[in-house]
Design a protein around this ligand. Sequence first.
Ligand SMILES: *[C@@H]1O[C@H](CO)[C@@H](O)[C@H](O)[C@H]1NC(C)=O
Length: 214
Amino acid sequence: MSNLVDFSQRSLWISAASILFNPTFWNIAAQQASREATRKLTLLAAEYHNKVITKLFGGNARLGCYGLAVTIFSLGIFRDYLYHEALALQPTHPALLSPLVKYSAIPLFLTGNTLVLTSMYALGVTGTYLGDYFGILMDEPVTSFPFNVSEAPMYHGSTLSFLATALWFGKPAGVLLTGLVAVAYSVARRWEDPFTGMIYAKRDEERRKGKKGL
Ligand SMILES: *[C@@H]1O[C@H](CO)[C@@H](O)[C@H](O)[C@H]1NC(C)=O
């Protein structure tokens, strides 16, 4: 392993830390926002004590979500930059330098970016950046492309892009960091999926009650 990955490089550990930090950050931030947003769904006259992010933006859930979107997006760019910096100092491996491996990076990269960009387009800004946590819910679940080919196209697409970069530059360390990305996303989904499910289940319950009231 030691000639595949140079663990003595600080940049490798910094890149690993940023990969782990990002989904951790947005889950903590969004769950903070949702604590009150879910209360809002059940108690119409709820007071917003914990709505930290939303409060920062003058109590407007949509602005709060946009602020989080800009932050998550910037953190993502920074994480990608740190990843490239880390790979630059890592050894290449001859097996990864074969044209077959190198050029397989192109369809992987295109597939990854297609999944990320089309899911952003399908969800919109608030849908992409955990708007439902702020109480900005979608009317219906999105089932159009790319959600008909992947359960989590944003995460799968992003992971593919990391892998493509590793293969393009022939860096085993990149493959290792891609594995870390996959783990970080799968842990994030284990948090997010039940949370999102709960938010929508609550909404549907309120809708049913509302209909009965009419
Ligand atoms: C997903 O949707 C796209 C267009 O909306 C369609 O072309 C494609 O065949 C669908 N794929 C699957 C697996 O259903």
